[in-house]
Design a protein around this ligand. Sequence first.
Ligand code: ADP
Ligand code: MG
Length: 951
Amino acid sequence: MRAKVSDMHSKDCVKVAVRVRPFNKRERDAGSRCIISMVSSSITIQDPRDSQNRRSFCFDYAYWSHSGFTRDHRGIYVPEEPGGRYADQDSVFQDLGEGILENALQGYNATLLAYGQTGSGKSYSMMGYGPNKGLIPKLCDRLFQAIKENQENRQCQVFFSMLEIYNEQVVDLLSRASRTPGGLRVREEQQRGFYVEGLRTVPCETAAQVEQLMEQGTRTRTTAATHMNANSSRSHMLIILQLKQIFSKESITKQSNINLVDLAGSERQRSSGSEADRLKEGTAINLSLTTLGNVISSLADVAVGKKVVHIPYRDSALTKLLQSALGGNSRTVMIATLSPADICYEESLSTLRYAERAKRIQNRAVVNESPTERLVKELKAENARLLQRLSRLGQEGRRANDETKELRQLLTHNELQIRAIQTLWEQHVQEALKDWEQQYANITQERRMMQMHPYILNINEDAQLSGVVKLFIQEGEWDIGLCDSSPRSICIKGLGIQERHAVFRNEQRRVTLTPMTGTKVIVNGNPVSQATELQHLGVEFKLEIKNLALSDSKGHDLEKDIVVRVTSKGTKQTKQVWMWSKAKFINRKFLMEEVYQQHLAEQSGDNEVAELSTVTLPRDKDPFWDPIEPLLLGTAHLWLQSLAFRIPLEEQLEVLGSEGTEEGILQTQLVPCSSTGLPLGEDDILIDPSEILGRRLDFQLVLDQCCGLRWIREARNRGVQIGFRLFDCSQPLYTPAVWHNVNPLLDHRVHFASLHTSQRLLDFLQSSAVVLELWGLQEGCTQLKSSLEGVRMTADGIFIIDESSPTENTPVDPSDLSCSVRALQQDLDELKSVNESLRKENHNLREQLNTARNGGEGARSRSVRPSCDAEFARALKVFYHSMTSVRGQLQRLRRHRPSEESDLLGLRLFVDEQSHLLRDFSEQLEQSVSTLKQDVAAIVRRKRERSGIWS
Ligand code: ADP
Ligand code: MG
């Protein structure tokens, strides 16, 4: 078992963890060297200019998050191999988060601080990015889970607050009330210690609510930073979770504060003396961080026995609020984050020194518990006393109306108070609920706006604050600049921004940007001085279910999966389409984020760009740019059964898209033929397919024409190809491409031959289809070519199939077949036995004929077989033709599904339709079988009659 922070030491030393992140792009591009190494919990840093100069430190935890990781399908960074050394978010949480949670549940105050230079991974560890959730969200998840699991023993209340300290001003990130000048006041009380006066605390009952509040807080923070042109890396962010637990059986309450602190970038601490910074940010900017350093130093001195007169908690807002976390009543953990790069040596060394000092600090944490609902109990006791007095008064018969009245009033008052206390929490929750609903409505509204209108996003040096502010460009003309008085203006603040800086014009979603004279506007990295149309490369994504309506050559459903259809915006003619797997989509998303971060890094520091930018890249650098590939639009099934009887077939097939849409019609033929390609006649129809076993079978697959192609109708500059693969042919074959035509002629004919027809091929013909794939071509994409590698062909271009007959046959598993197909099989068996008896009869007839004619007119006897069999063959032909449509009906039935959003009424309609389809299906099936039976009966009757004549 892992040692938890809570049970590591009996003394409450501040626990320190160090984490080193991967190289970022800038460091990789600069060819950086990693100067940090770790062995268990000791960490060594090497001076890049002096290889002899190394320093080692030992901490409670050392996390190697620099290398040895991979991204899984959810986008989460995990160790490359199980048990690898890479420390992922989960393992950091296991060590640090679980301990904090346990402490809080036991009733201790707990504090988690993240310290390190800007960009070293503080926010990554604390909050996390995207699917890589950090300590705070994980902690909230687990906290509410623990609360749920222990509901019987205790009642829990969680209050959430979020604040920021910037320039010594305390800003409530959850309060929408206008900011008080100078920020909120930090006050001190004997019992509570330091606290923020008027800070909003929101009761929460789920982790999702906390997440929503954090999102809200981040938004406030971003808006403030953007408006004040402030550098968020110089602010401290604090989240305070207050946990109150009431154990009614034991009659105690426990209360603990969990402080989660994402500190300002440590690099600013030393530059705080610089004149430029002072001018820009005011003198107090880093007071909090500097004081924190001083407090930690003093406390470290205390720990080693030095005499320290004064610990300067009161010198800054941050240290006031962290007083109990440092040298007080709290169990505290610090995570110090490092860049691995040689160029960050100074900063990393200073972080390690700082962490080393923090490690020495000793706290005295105590469980904050008190008798449960003492107040309530006291009030109840008082009530009981009052009642007693009342009854005594009555007994004594004294006239004490006044006193009685007074006492009754007191009683009512007390009762009210009890009820008030009991309902206070519910009220809090109700209020918060209303708030959440409002927030939810706002978010929904924003999402809708994002779908309807183009918008600009902010970018910020701090990745956590990027993309938070959205400014919408609605139809019409919009001034952008400092001006916020006009109703048609978009207000931005920043250095170099003019009153009217530029004008956006949105005409039917075409947006142009026109700079005012003398202002600086940059589009895609190029300064512009006149009206410029803005192009949007963020393509359109649509989720689709792959193979929703498609089936394999046996008609079995194909495996379903999610795919993303990516369509580049543009005119009908320039639009392009890609199909991405889920994995590819997730990968691309990360690539995009990386590019965005990189872009951000390039922009940061350039204040005149005013935090506003859109990301557009040249194609070769655009991670979204993919070579254009042919897309599988849909498939059609051409059933092969008739070939087993050497019956020709002509079919108009519906090509179905992945989700069941009709993509076009395909005119096809299956033509049984001679080895030279001449079509066979009716006389060559086989009554018993097994006759072909071991013999040669030739046939042609003809693709005549496509009709009504949706793909081409959408954009004329496109083309199509048909691909197919027959039986054991090792490669798919493709028709030549046809372009620009909704109804293109294909006129494509392929001759196949099996030299010694095997049972396997025969089974395949009887039960399978050739799946014809419709491929969509776009401008600039390469066509699909039939690779003839491993394909056997004769000199005349005939494709040889059925070459390797495996020794064991693979029989069709009856359980695989649907009932209807099984019924067909039974009918077929019946037909076979009828056929068998007919053959016998036929044989008898021939013999009779031979004896009758005495062999003199033997030549005529040969004509009997074809004439009898031909009738039967014709009947079979009719039967298989009707079977094809029955199969089509069966496919339709299979595809027929209720829509996802169906309500009860919808489902009823669906069931109605379904039973209609079923009825049609069974009628058709019965019809074809009974026609066949009638035909056979007629043939048998006629034969009997004939044999009667002859006998
Ligand atoms: P800080 O908050 O210290 O300024 P961030 O947490 O925002 O820094 O990290 C800066 C960048 O580095 C972010 O893009 C983040 O995703 C990345 N990063 C930080 N730590 C890690 C890590 N352990 N693994 C992967 N990426 C990380
Ligand atoms: Mg950060």
